[in-house]
Design a protein around this ligand. Structure first.
Ligand SMILES: [Fe+2]
Ligand SMILES: [Fe+2]
Length: 334
């Protein structure tokens, strides 16, 4: 059964907007909302087995109760010194970031509309709503700092919502993993004023919640689908990873401004690190920091909920071949 996408979005958007209506929250309210968004434990006693009603309810409640009611329209964008402003405007990410959020919103909402289970439907639709809020935050930032964007493409609803949702969900798992590390580098570097990194902090944590939801939706979906659908579904999951690998390599090729073809995503990560920090991070350092940040961001959520595992496992596997001491862990301990 398919539920009307526009109805679902209109209803959800109405209730969430009411939630945020017109008040400027004081600092204590903002701090409390921020803490709530990072910590959540289910009151349920006993295990949360994927596929069980208890697990599903825990996932949906986690997502609802960790909602951070920040409002893009009231974010004060700090005035930047010319150097910081130049760094921000020259980051080669704004077009792709805005378009990624726009696509994610549409794909999540479209998939939500195909889900029969009302709680899960509402939860995924809520995730779509939050993606749109990310897009709004970015649009306001772009406006505040005079960043020129390429015209956005038309956002077309996907013909295969499940496939589109899988691509978006796994993409978020990959991007967030690196974003966690790069964001921490940016924060430590002093390249950007603290008010600016503070403004983005809840957005980055929100992506952590999103991939936490995705990992648990995936387990729920696997556990509740008829057994004969599983092989086809697993083939699709595999195809998504192949597609993402191919797409990332394509992406890395296009970001080199000197016309040289790059064939490894590694370079993209290191280039990204150079854009946000003056420190000389090796690829091993970057991976270590991403892993530390990944663990830290998930630490406040119920350990019985599943975490995304593929990116950390791939990163640990790649790291194993790099014989370099873990400078990041030593720094963290110091
Ligand atoms: Fe997002
Ligand atoms: Fe997201």
């Amino acid at each position: 059964m398919s539920h009307s996408l526009s109805d679902l979005e209109a209803r959800l958007s109405g209730s969430l907007d009411d939630n945020l209506a017109g008040r400027l929250p004081d600092a204590a309210t903002v701090a409390a909302a921020d803490a709530r968004a990072r910590h959540w434990i289910s009151p349920h006693q006993g295990p949360l087995k994927p596929g069980s009603p208890e697990h599903k309810q825990a996932v949906c409640r986690m997502f609802e109760e960790t909602f951070n009611p920040y409002k893009p329209s009231v974010i004060p964008w700090p005035k930047l010194e010319p150097e910081a402003l130049a760094r921000i405007t020259s980051l080669p990410i704004w077009d792709i970031a805005v378009q990624t959020e726009g696509k994610a919103r549409l794909r999540m909402s479209a998939y939500a509309a195909t889900i029969d289970d009302p709680e899960m439907r509402e939860t995924i639709a809520r995730n779509g709503w939050e993606e749109n809020r990310h897009k709004e935050v970015l649009s306001r930032l772009v406006e505040a700092y005079g960043i020129q964007l390429a015209p956005e493409p038309e956002y077309v609803p996907p013909r295969d919502p499940e496939w589109a949702y899988l691509v978006t969900g796994f993409s978020e798992c990959v991007d967030s993993f690196f974003a966690f590390g790069l964001f921490e580098m940016a924060r430590r570097s002093g390249f950007f004023p603290q008010e600016l990194t503070d403004t983005f902090e809840p957005v980055i944590q929100e992506e952590c919640r999103h991939i936490l939801l995705f990992a648990n939706w995936l387990a729920w979906h696997r556990a509740t689908m008829p057994w004969w659908k599983r092989p086809w579904f697993e083939l699709r999951v595999l195809a998504v990873w192949v597609f993402l690998g191919w797409e990332r390599i394509g992406l890395a090729k296009t970001v080199d401004g000197e016309g040289r073809e790059r064939t490894q995503d590694n370079n993209f990560t290191v280039t990204g690190a150079k854009a946000v920090s003056a420190e000389d991070y090796s690829l091993a350092d970057i991976i270590d920091l991403c892993l530390i940040e990944n663990d830290r961001r998930f630490a406040g959520y119920d350990p019985r909920l599943l975490r995304p595992t593929t990116m950390p496992a791939l990163a640990r596997f790649a790291r194993w071949f790099m014989r370099k001491p873990n400078r990041m862990a030593q720094q963290a301990r110091a």
